[in-house]
Structure formats: structure tokens, C-alpha cells
Design a protein around this ligand. Structure first.
Ligand code: PEP
Length: 257
């Protein structure tokens, strides 16, 4: 299913990963805020480390920037030392949570099943989710990209209610493109996004598929952002490295429209 992204509001999210102190996070978001127009067609989201969420929330108050966490646990309370629930993320002011990032899957043992539980917990707490999917280099070399991505999407969205879909954003992030400086070719990205949209149509319906935003992530920079986000089914970007400085992040936001 191919569509045109003119009808969907673009979204650019900066995933700051394990970078920046509270002071550095506030300074960065202040720079971004100052550079952004008061009215932006593009929705702008930043995802600092947990310890900087409250300070960044205070800094973005009244601006167009929204707050995201980078991870969540699916239970809302209990004996789960070290975990943070969706309820607590809502309490601190998060609008979004990133779930299933490939670093979580690769380094912290997250599975399709745990990603699905997290997606459900986030949506049940009235926060939006940015759920990440993407194939590894081996899977790509074996020609399994669309198969892997499809199975991750199916599983992540399994059992969701129709009225939850407007709060779901899907990020296609080929693992081999993350943090490597090598982005996927725009045509490959479009093909993956079209496949994902078709799956949403099948699992839910055409109208939800047409309104679901699908982001690309993997070495997005101001220099390649235009071409990548110019694809009809690409509705924005999830940005790692290039979100750590205001200039490059703003360059990507501007390319998104
Ligand atoms: C990411 O971490 O989600 C990401 C896309 O990183 P980078 O932009 O650095 O490739």
C-alpha cells in the first residue's frame, strides 16, 4: 500500500540515548526551542535520559517540542527494582515512549513478545508509542528484510484496539544503518514503509493505515534527510547521532517541512 505523506503530520524525534547530563540536556533543548518556529508543521520530539526528563519538560513548556522516554517497563507497579512504568512516564510529562529500539533488542534481550507488552502498557497509559523495527545486516544479506520487518510489526501491534492506533508511530530502523553513517537507500526505505503500511491495513483497516506515521531511522543527517523524507510513505525520522547538536537536528526538522 503506497500513499502520500502530504496528509500526515511529519514527526522528527531525537533519541539522545545515553548522552548528556541534566544541564547539557536543558542547554540542547533550549537551543532547539530557540531555533524552531513557533508554528511548525513538523512535530518535534526529544528523548533524553530518564534523569533529565523533568528538567527538559520544564524547559519545553509552552513550546512545540514534545517529550519522550527511551524505554519503559510493562508493569505499572510492584517489586521490579530499577524499572520505570508508563504511568510514571506520564506523571513526569512524557508524550511519547520509544519501544523496541534495536539497542534494547540486541543489548538488553528485548523480544517481540516483550515489545508487544510494552506497547500495550504505554497505550493503556494514554501516551503515544514510537515502536522500532528493523532487520540486521545478516537478515538483509539473506534477503529477509521484508519478512523480518513484517513479523516484528505484526507482533508489536498484536492485540491492539483500533482506537489505540492513532497513538502508534512505527519507526523502520535497519540495524546496520544505526550509528554507522550508512543510511538505507530511499527506494529501499520506501519499499519497507509501503510493506509496513500494508500490514497495518491488513491488521486494522485502510483508513488507519493511511493515517499511521512511519518514520525512518538510521544515519539520518541534514544532507540525506530531504531525499529520505521525500519518499511518499516516509513521515519523518528517528534520529540518533545527528540529534545531539541543535544545528544538525534543526536541519533535519526543516527538511521534514
Ligand atoms: C537511532 O538510534 O535510533 C538512530 C537512528 O541512530 P543514528 O541516527 O545515529 O543512526
Amino acid at each position: 500500500m503506497s500513499t502520500t505523506n502530504q496528509t500526515r503530520r511529519p514527526l522528527v524525534a531525537g533519541n539522545w540515548k545515553l548522552h548528556k547530563t541534566i544541564g547539557e540536556s536543558v542547554a540542547l533543548v533550549r537551543e532547539i526551542k530557540t531555533a524552531l518556529a513557533a508554528e511548525s508543521r513538523c512535530e518535534v520530539v526529544v528523548a533524553p535520559v530518564f534523569t533529565a526528563l523533568a528538567a527538559v519538560r520544564d524547559e519545553i513548556k509552552g513550546s512545540v517540542i514534545k517529550l519522550s522516554a527511551q524505554n519503559v517497563f510493562w508493569e505499572s507497579r510492584g517489586a521490579f527494582t530499577g524499572e520505570v512504568s508508563a504511568l510514571l512516564l506520564r506523571d513526569v510529562g512524557c508524550d511519547y515512549v520509544i519501544v523496541g529500539h534495536s539497542e534494547r533488542r540486541q543489548l538488553f534481550g528485548e523480544t517481540d513478545a516483550s515489545v508487544n507488552k510494552k506497547v500495550k502498557a504505554v497505550l493503556a497509559s494514554s501516551i503515544s508509542v514510537i515502536v522500532c523495527v528493523g532487520e540486521s545486516l545478516e537478515e538483509r544479506k539473506a534477503g529477509k528484510t521484508l519478512q523480518i520487518v513484517s513479523s516484528q510489526v505484526r507482533s508489536a501491534l498484536d492485540g491492539l484496539a483500533l482506537d489505540h492506533l492513532p497513538n502508534v508511530v512505527i519507526a523502520y530502523e535497519p540495524v546496520w544503518a544505526i550509528g554507522t553513517g550508512v543510511n538505507a537507500e530511499p527506494e529501499e526505505v520506501q519499499q519497507a514503509h509501503e510493506t509496513i503500511r500494508g500490514l497495518v491495513a491488513k491488521q486494522f483497516n485502510d483508513s488507519l493505515a493511511k493515517s499511521t506515521r512511519i518514520l525512518y531511522g538510521g544515519s539520518v543527517k541534514p544532507e540525506n534527510a530531504d531525499l529520505l523524507m521525500g519518499q511518499p510513505d516516509v513521515d519523518g525520522a528517528l534520529v540518533g547521532g545527528a540529534s545531539l547538536t541543535a544545528d544538525s537536528f534543526i536541519g533535519i526538522v526543516k527538511a521534514a517541512g
